[in-house]
Design a binder for this molecule. Structure first.
Ligand SMILES: Cc1cc2nc3c(=O)[nH]c(=O)nc-3n(C[C@H](O)[C@H](O)[C@H](O)COP(=O)(O)OP(=O)(O)OC[C@H]3O[C@@H](n4cnc5c(N)ncnc54)[C@H](O)[C@@H]3O)c2cc1C
Length: 435
């Protein structure tokens, strides 16, 4: 029997899982995952899966729009095999498009599936079984610490238990592994560039404000893009959680921020979304990761190691929030392990202005979202600010090294990560077939 090439996939999040599913037929695949289960940060999300190539990243950066849609259809097909189906938003979408357009806001409609954070662990077990049935060797609690490179190729990945030799490597360590990935790039000379960074807040408000859009019209995760009047800044809504909860998120290096999730069967009185402000930096400080880290550090210092919480009414009046003023709000925070504070002591002026203006514009589409009671948690920073340089198959400048997912700066959502995982797998398969 011909020996099949050995592919090592690092990271068992959506990028690694979907890559391994595709590769299993053509290669001997080993999936190395540092935690005890697959799913990655996707496992801690509530699993809102957008079936659109330009949401959760933009795979049309690498392939034509037609090919991008083919990959999205493939993703839908695989999820359907696991009982997860997307729904088109209701007919009311036209009305929302009109409302958004007349308020100078861009709205991007997409087919969406909502798994629910309470149902995700079972779904991941089914994915794990499929991978194992297909012959993928999954090694848990196996943290990859380094690579061994020989003549512009990766010869093996190194874990604390030893070396795993390979013909191809696909690195998809997610956002929590992006600092490590950068270290690897610097050490082994695969090139990267600084990406933009998204810095903002988690906005929490009464679910009544968003129910018409999310529950009545089934647009679970509405994507609004806003250009703010004062700074011409780009601000977008991200990761909406109807009747959901705000959570803490560890960014690595001891840094702490916020995020949100919603469950299928357990609901809160509130809804939340991230409101993210895009920041690009130019000479002499192009490193957006350093910039983002310093903002998170400052927020963590001021919050005494906890995220900050401020009432929008207090922010408008240039006042720090205290628990007394939070109690005056009609909204009871779903995340209580926070420090009431003043976001303008932490976020640069243009970001604060952009956030307030974006909320005021959004208020025309979702009346009530910019009320004084609205709660703002900070910091919420998306560290996909390093982008590995890749070709259209997501191959780096090293001959057999591929990358995918959020950690490499190529995606920013479950669907985008899974799509880039498949794209990298197709690139590896093409090489295997050609050899
Ligand atoms: C609370 C929360 C809610 C979210 N909600 C949504 C949502 O509803 N919809 C959506 O589209 N997106 C959501 N996201 C984002 C989504 O989860 C990510 O975009 C997606 O999981 C990225 O996939 P990935 O495979 O690139 O990385 P990850 O999912 O982060 O997976 C990376 C994996 O690699 C492992 N790893 C890292 N370093 C190493 C190493 N050195 N060796 C071995 N293993 C390693 C990690 O343990 C992890 O399992 C949410 C994220 C969070 C945190």
């Amino acid at each position: 029997m011909v020996k099949r090439p050995r592919v090592v996939v690092v990271g068992g999040g959506p990028a690694g899982i979907f890559a391994a599913l595709k590769l299993a037929k053509y290669a001997q695949v080993t999936l190395l995952e540092k935690s005890k289960n697959i799913g990655g940060s996707g496992l801690y999300s509530d699993g809102k899966i957008n079936f659109h190539p330009q949401i959760g990243g933009d795979i049309s950066d690498f392939v034509s729009m037609d090919e991008a849609w083919m990959i999205v259809r493939e993703l839908e097909k695989i999820f359907k095999e696991f009982g997860v189906e997307g729904e088109y938003p209701s007919d009311q979408i036209e009305m929302l498009l009109r409302k958004a357009t007349s308020s100078d806001i861009k709205f991007i409609p997409a087919k969406l599936a909502h798994v629910g954070s309470d149902c995700l662990p079972d779904l991941m077990k089914k994915f794990q079984k499929r991978l194992e049935d297909d012959g993928v060797e999954i090694k848990f609690q196996e943290s990859v610490v380094d690579l061994r490179c020989e003549r512009e190729k990766v010869a093996a990945v190194i874990t604390k238990n030893g070396e795993v030799p390979c013909d191809f490597v696909l690195l998809c360590p997610g956002r929590s592994g992006s600092f490590w990935l950068r270290e690897m790039a610097e050490k082994h000379n695969f090139t990267f560039r600084h990406n933009y960074i998204d810095i903002g807040v988690r906005v929490e408000f009464s679910s009544k404000v968003m129910d018409e859009i999310t529950i009545d019209n089934k647009i679970w995760d509405p994507k609004f893009h806003i250009i703010t009047p004062s700074y011409d800044g780009f601000v977008r809504t991200f990761c909406s959680n109807p009747r959901g909860f705000v959570t803490k998120e560890a960014y690595g290096k001891g840094l702490l921020g916020v995020n949100g999730h919603a469950m299928k069967n357990i609901h809160s009185e509130n809804s939340n979304f991230a409101l993210l402000n895009r920041v690009n930096l130019t000479h002499p400080q192009e490193d957006t990761t350093q910039y983002g880290e310093s903002i998170v550090k400052l927020a963590n210092i001021l919050g005494g190691g906890k995220p900050l919480l401020q009432r929008l009414g207090d922010l408008r009046k240039h006042k720090r929030s205290h628990w007394e003023s939070i109690k005056k709000s009609n909204i009871v925070p779903t995340l209580k392990d926070v420090t009431p504070g003043d976001l303008s002591m932490v976020l640069p002026h243009r970001i604060v202005v952009n956030i307030i203006e974006a909320l005021e514009m959004l208020d025309k589409v979702m009346p009530g979202v910019a009320s004084n009671s609205t709660l703002l948690y900070a910091p919420e920073v998306k560290f996909y600010s390093m982008r590995v340089n890749v070709d259209s198959n997501l191959k780096t400048n090293l001959d057999n090294l591929y990358v995918a997912g959020d950690g490499a700066g190529l995606s920013r959502g479950i669907n985008g990560a899974a799509e880039t995982g498949m794209l990298a797998a197709f690139g590896i398969i093409e090489k295997i077939k050609g050899e």
